[in-house]
Design a protein around this ligand. Structure first.
Ligand code: URA
Length: 234
């Protein structure tokens, strides 16, 4: 792997930021300063940034969790409520990747990889998040579905185009590439269909699948790479 990419994966900075760190002469490989971000490394080398040895890839972990309703998705809660981090026994420090509302359920990632978390949550990378929403209000009409997919005027601006499909009476699937606060709830409310239940079923290519409520599993390297690859590259 190229050294620049390796540093980005290690959470040093974005791909471009990591290349700058290398060109600035701050990175050594086996004791020798390397200035070329394209230099190939296997990960077996002693790679240091500003003299500090990088943790190996094996110490970075990503878990997928099926968050139950009623659990907050912060790393710690000032009111002492149970958080998603309590659901994943791991000796290291883990952080939720983005948030789900307490009354939402479904796919949430927990990781100690800050760079991956940034790729998956920053709107610049446009990683799609897919939700299944049970909504109230009158029968879902073509107008509401069109507005949801073309853009909804919210108090923080119009939403980007979304993929929306009706799955049944009062049940929609919606895929968005932004991650504003309470976005799906606000979008549905704005078109006259308040959300009654909200579940996230996918982030990029990663599906919630059959993971039971409250259950978790560690992602394998291939799944993590697919998540990275789902980021927009422009
Ligand atoms: N949009 C919402 O409104 N709530 C969530 O939990 C996630 C997306």
């Amino acid at each position: 792997m190229r050294l620049g990419k390796y540093l980005a994966h290690a959470g040093i900075a974005s791909r471009r930021g990591s290349e700058d760190v290398i060109r600035d002469g701050r990175v050594s490989v086996n004791g020798e300063i390397v200035l070329d971000p394209a230099r190939g490394v296997s990960g077996e080398e002693d790679i240091r940034v500003d003299g500090s040895k990088l943790k190996g890839a094996e110490s970075r972990v990503v878990y997928v969790l099926n968050k139950p309703v009623g659990i907050v998705s912060t790393a710690s809660d000032p009111q002492g409520r149970r958080t998603v981090v309590d659901l994943v026994p791991d000796t290291g420090r883990l952080y939720p990747v983005g948030r789900l509302d307490s009354d939402s359920s479904g796919l949430l990632l927990l990781t100690n990889d800050g760079e991956l978390a940034n790729i998956l949550t920053h709107p610049r990378y446009g990683v799609p998040k897919t939700y299944r929403a049970k909504v109230g209000g009158p029968a879902l009409g073509a107008n509401a579905l069109r507005t949801l997919s073309e853009g909804v005027e919210l108090n923080d601006g119009i939403t980007l185009p979304a993929h929306v499909s009706k799955l049944g009476a009062g049940l929609i699937e919606i895929q968005i590439r932004e991650g504003r606060n309470h976005q799906v709830r606000r979008m549905c409310e704005a078109v006259g269909h308040p959300v009654l239940q909200l579940e996230r079923i996918a982030i990029g290519p990663l599906q919630l699948g059959r993971l039971k409520s409250g259950g978790h599993r560690r992602l394998h390297a291939g799944e993590v790479q697919e998540l990275r690859d789902s980021a927009r590259q422009d």
